[in-house]
Design a protein around this ligand. Sequence first.
Ligand code: IPE
Ligand code: IPE
Ligand code: MG
Length: 251
Amino acid sequence: MEREQEINTATLPQHLAIIMDGNGRWAKQKGFLRTIGHENGTKSVRVTVESCAKLGIKYLTLYAFSTENWNRPKFEVETLMKLLISSLKKEIKTLQSNNIKLNAIGNLTNLPESVQKELHEVIQKTADNTRMTLTLALSYGAREELVHAVKKISNNVKNNIISEEAIDESIINQHLYTHNLPDVDLVIRTSGEHRISNFLLWQIAYAEFYFTEVLWPDFSEDHLYEAIISYQNRERRFGKTSEQIIPEKNV
Ligand code: IPE
Ligand code: IPE
Ligand code: MG
């Protein structure tokens, strides 16, 4: 908590994306089933969501289930889906009281009907909330997202809705699941893994990365502040020189 004061609220990442990893290892270390790790991970989700909203972060995106995660053991996938439903039912209150809007990205039609129903209900109920947009990446894979976008664009070209010449970065952006979100500024990955695992490939083109050894169920407010402070101490140059960013350096 002490570190919260070190955060400059004027230079917060506008869009923070988190790869919540390490639930299985957290449980295994304690001699529990992997699914106990997922249950405990939901507490870190609540703490992170509330802390981000309090700080003033406008967009928070959480990688909750990847297209590749469908290949996990059936029991684990089923438990994750149940956990998703119970968390949505329980956390609607947290979202409403914090004025947070829920959004979801991914191949959502692959989710069980019961999950889709709960998800759409919470999305609908929180649609007018304005403080922060919380996006859950569910059955999400960046490559699948790009294939989906290319199909939609080519269909629009075929039907003369857009011309081939008009295809540019903005058109591609508009056809991604993230069309209503800004580019990602900061990606946090927990559990010591240094990889992207098919998360938001297009949207992280100029994101900063923060990796921590902390396993997701142990991720606290202080760990979040630590990541934001690290982000705020970096110089984002977007291809320019340091002197162009900070003219005083020219002397
Ligand atoms: C992240 O934790 C949660 C999901 C991918 C659903 P993991 O379940 O990947 O935990 P580890 O990486 O096996 O420890
Ligand atoms: C990435 O974690 C997906 C989520 C956090 C939901 P994984 O644990 O599935 O990633 P890999 O397979 O180890 O790269
Ligand atoms: Mg993992």
